[in-house]
Design a protein around this ligand. Structure first.
Ligand code: MTE
Ligand code: MO
Length: 439
């Protein structure tokens, strides 16, 4: 991609904004549908030159759309052990996302699961010595359990559960939101094994006034201050008591990777990933909404009612994120491929909808003017993502984009453009798209 002609073309196209050109060429830029770019319809010829092909449905392209073929192709030098191919967004704390084409597996393998850390993970973990304490003002009988206790005294369950960071898609908000600039890859759906949180809480006894649970992990604050906690979140008691909410010790039948919470973590499938506490040391049953670190202010909260982008939002007008919205990704083929005219191309990916199911998935090859229905599988269990495939024909040679759009069981569709702006850039479920050149 980064040959001389492309470079020249991009600098020409972005003559008004050389910084943007630099960013596209040398930095990471996977922006879905944004008006931040400087592309105009009048630049279509230049755009065709850059993607290296005629664009048959060019008249449908929204103004400002940056072709996927030139977005997000730059290489990232950093890698983290055990997670080859993940794109490192930050190295202290470690945050890394998975490019969409590496999320093609139906069950996300350990080396493909994103990492979202707020602090410094514990080292030298000895699983045999690990304990989790259950307490809090709405707990009848506090208890401390080893992993052996959990395995011996409770029934183990295995579910495939989707985990998506509340900030996945943050990079597309405008005005921009601070924090890791996740694009599409802060999501995965491994298979988790552990005990039901419900069974453990019920063994301790849940008082009538219980409304919430909160977690504490063994990771330490970035500052090194032992009195500071980087994150301590939780879920309402109803979510805590769902059959699929687990205290898990295994992922895909093996130890959970160190960066993903070894030796013990909570998994609250379908909810903002921040509710799934890693390196789990303590759970508190609360008689009020848990007030741990990152439960207040703009953290994991969005305006209760939509606001104009850039608005200042009063604290009492902010609501805690719960179930994640309907979303999908295209995991095959990888964006940028060439395909022969006359042959159908089979696309595939996953779709999920938090607590709900995905009912339909549509794909478009003409910038959203027309849509065809994909084949969509049922989830293997509640809160697991669903797989879809769609075979697409192309009418002539040229550059195309495939857009995927999921609709949940209540009829909510993914939006084409970035939805509800919020101060920290959460819950962007805009459609994923890839570029295909038909030759
Ligand atoms: N103890 C602890 N738990 C945590 C975090 C953390 O930093 N510390 N990050 C949370 C956030 S914001 C997310 S999105 C998920 C990410 O899980 P993963 O790193 O296994 O993908 O873990 C959550 N649990
Ligand atoms: Mo997150």
């Amino acid at each position: 991609m980064k040959d001389k002609q492309l470079q020249r073309g991009i600098y020409e196209l972005y003559a008004n904004d050389p910084e943007r050109a630099d960013q596209l060429l040398w930095g990471r830029q996977v922006d879905p549908i944004t008006r931040r770019g400087f592309l105009k319809k009048s630049s279509l010829l230049a755009m065709s030159a850059i993607v290296g092909a005629h664009i048959p449905f060019a008249e449908n392209m929204p103004g400002g759309l940056i072709p996927m073929a030139i977005a997000g192709t730059a290489d990232e030098p950093l890698t983290i052990p055990g997670k080859p191919g993940l794109v490192v967004l930050e190295d202290r704390p470690i945050n890394a996302e998975t490019p969409a084409h590496l999320l093609d597996d139906e069950i996300t393998p350990a080396n493909r699961l994103f990492v979202r850390n707020n602090g410094v993970p514990p080292t030298n973990v000895v699983p045999d010595e690990w304990t989790v304490a259950i307490g809090g003002e709405s707990c009848e009988q506090s208890m401390t359990l080893s992993i052996a206790d959990l395995k011996r005294d409770f029934k183990a369950y295995t579910y495939q559960l989707q985990l998506e960071c509340g900030g996945n898609g943050r990079s597309a908000f405008n005005p921009p939101a601070s924090g890791n600039q996740w694009t599409f890859g802060a999501v995965g759906c491994p298979q988790w094994t552990g005990v039901r949180l419900k069974d453990v809480l019920e063994k301790c006894g849940i008082k009538k006034d219980a409304v919430y649970i909160g977690y504490y992990g063994a990771d330490t604050h970035l500052s090194g201050d032992p009195n500071k906690i980087s994150i301590s979140r939780g879920v309402p008691i109803a979510k805590a008591l769902e059959d699929e909410t687990l205290i898990a010790w295994a992922m895909n039948g093996e130890n959970i990777p160190q960066l993903n919470g070894h030796p013990l973590r909570l998994v609250c499938g379908g909810w903002a990933g921040s509710t799934s506490g890693k390196w789990l040391k303590r759970i508190v049953i609360r008689n009020k909404v848990h007030d741990g670190e990152k439960m207040m202010g703009d953290s994991y909260r969005v305006p209760c009612e939509p606001v104009a982008p850039g608005s200042k939002v009063l604290d009492d007008k902010m609501c805690i994120i719960e179930s994640m919205p309907v979303k999908s990704i295209i995991t095959y083929p990888q964006t940028g491929i060439s395909h022969s005219l006359g042959e159908k191309l089979v696309f595939r990916g996953h779709a999920w909808a938090g607590d709900l199911e995905v009912k339909e998935l549509y794909v478009s090859n003409d910038f959203g003017a027309t849509w065809v229905k994909a084949e969509l599988k049922s989830p293997v269990n509640r809160f697991a993502w669903q797989h879809w495939t769609a075979a697409i024909n192309f009418p002539m040679k040229g550059y195309y984009e495939i857009w995927a759009r999921a609709v949940d069981s209540q009829g909510h569709s993914q939006p084409m453009v970035v939805p509800n702006w919020n101060p920290k850039g959460y819950l962007n479920n805009a459609c994923h798209r890839i570029g295909v050149t038909v030759v």
